[in-house]
Design a protein around this ligand. Structure first.
Ligand SMILES: Cc1cc2nc3c(=O)[nH]c(=O)nc-3n(C[C@H](O)[C@H](O)[C@H](O)COP(=O)(O)OP(=O)(O)OC[C@H]3O[C@@H](n4cnc5c(N)ncnc54)[C@H](O)[C@@H]3O)c2cc1C
Ligand code: FES
Length: 319
């Protein structure tokens, strides 16, 4: 494993909204946890019998208090194990390991103003981002949409803390984020950030493009876990080993289960760390990442093993 692993204890478990749980994690054997900046995530490694569940979660606590970390987890409707375990089985006192924080969704420190757009559980990275922007005295506004009052987390607390800078929209009350108005007429140097369902992210990216925003002023983070597929086999060209991949398993998970370490940072198809060269492939490659360009995906000689898979019998990797 290439990431630094840190031992922590689950110190608090709290249901903060329908299907959303907050975990507070405190260090074991050290006085504090590593520094991080707003928007960073950590990967929780949770033992579940024979398996280890590893999922990325955004750090939502203050970057200025590293005596503990906090994450919030939505129970996925079709969980493969990770979020369901956190909701159904995790208890206060459980020791787990986490990775050192990595930030793939930082604020651009050159920006003069920040517009933050969150949908549902996509609020989590903005919780730490807002603490940082407040601390740095940089102007920002949050536009936070959720299905209903019951299903939205932290909106009361955010309103109390940040006042008029927080705008809340409840879908069941027919309220929607006024995207066009938001994107039109912003002063030069404004950056926009979005995290939420994929459809919301695409809506904001397309809206910003149509409104003429430069791509470098538009930032997003996708949480979505890719769909499962069919079983196939990974052959490792360098070691000659063969590893079976189940329909609900990623290649990275299958390699780890076979005792083979492969690099990763995000496990979500965003960072590029797990990029692996394909030597040969019997079948179609299903690229589920957001890292490779369309041309690179079409070339078919690289794959992100944390999220992408093969619809066929065998893939041979340069590992
Ligand atoms: C940077 C980042 C930050 C995130 N932050 C949050 C957050 O703050 N709160 C939150 O609720 N969620 C967050 N997520 C989403 C979270 O990591 C999980 O995806 C989510 O909890 C879904 O859980 P699950 O129960 O389906 O996970 P699991 O049941 O564990 O299933 C997801 C797992 O499936 C495996 N997999 C990946 N690709 C495939 C594939 N093609 N075929 C088969 N298996 C595959 C992966 O190992 C992945 O970990 C974040 C995701 C990312 C990338
Ligand atoms: S670990 Fe980040 S893209 Fe695979």
């Amino acid at each position: 494993m290439t990431t630094n692993q840190i031992r922590v204890r689950v110190a608090e478990v709290e249901t903060v909204a329908a299907q959303i749980r907050r975990l507070k994690l405190v260090p074991i054997g050290m006085s504090g946890l590593p520094d991080f900046s707003g928007g960073a995530h950590t990967i929780l490694s949770i033992p579940d019998g024979e398996r280890t569940l590893r999922n990325p979660y955004s750090l939502m606590s203050s970057p200025y208090d590293t005596s503990s970390y906090e994450v919030s987890v939505l129970k996925a409707a079709e969980s493969r194990g990770g979020s369901a375990f956190i909701h159904d089985k995790i208890r206060e006192g459980l020791p787990i390991t986490i990775s050192a924080p990595v930030n793939l969704f930082p604020v651009d420190r050159r920006a003069r103003r920040h517009i933050l757009i969150a949908g549902g559980i996509g609020i989590t990275p903005f919780m730490s981002i807002m603490r940082q922007l407040e601390h740095d005295d940089v102007p920002f506004e949050l536009h936070y949409g959720m299905r209903s009052q019951e299903r939205g987390a932290y909106w009361r607390q955010l309103r109390e803390t940040y006042g008029h800078r927080v705008h809340i929209y409840f879908e069941d009350q027919g309220q929607t984020i006024p995207l066009k108005t938001l994107l039109d007429g912003q002063p030069l140097g404004t950056h926009v950030y979005v995290c939420g369902p994929s459809t919301m992210i695409d809506w904001v990216l397309n809206g910003a493009r149509d409104a003429g925003w430069p791509a470098e002023n538009v930032h997003y983070e996708r949480f979505s876990a890719p769909p499962p597929g069919t079983s196939f086999t990974v052959e490792l060209a360098r070691s000659g080993k063969t590893v079976p991949v189940g329909p609900h398993q990623s290649m990275l998970e299958a390699l780890e289960a076979a005792g083979i370490d492969a690099p990763y940072l995000c496990r979500g198809g965003a960072c590029g760390q797990c990029e692996t060269r394909i030597v040969s492939c019997a079948g179609a490659i299903q690229h589920n990442d957001h890292y490779l360009s369309d041309a690179e995906k079409a070339a078919g000689d690289k794959i992100m093993i944390c999220v992408s898979r093969v619809d066929g019998s065998t893939v041979t990797l340069d590992l």
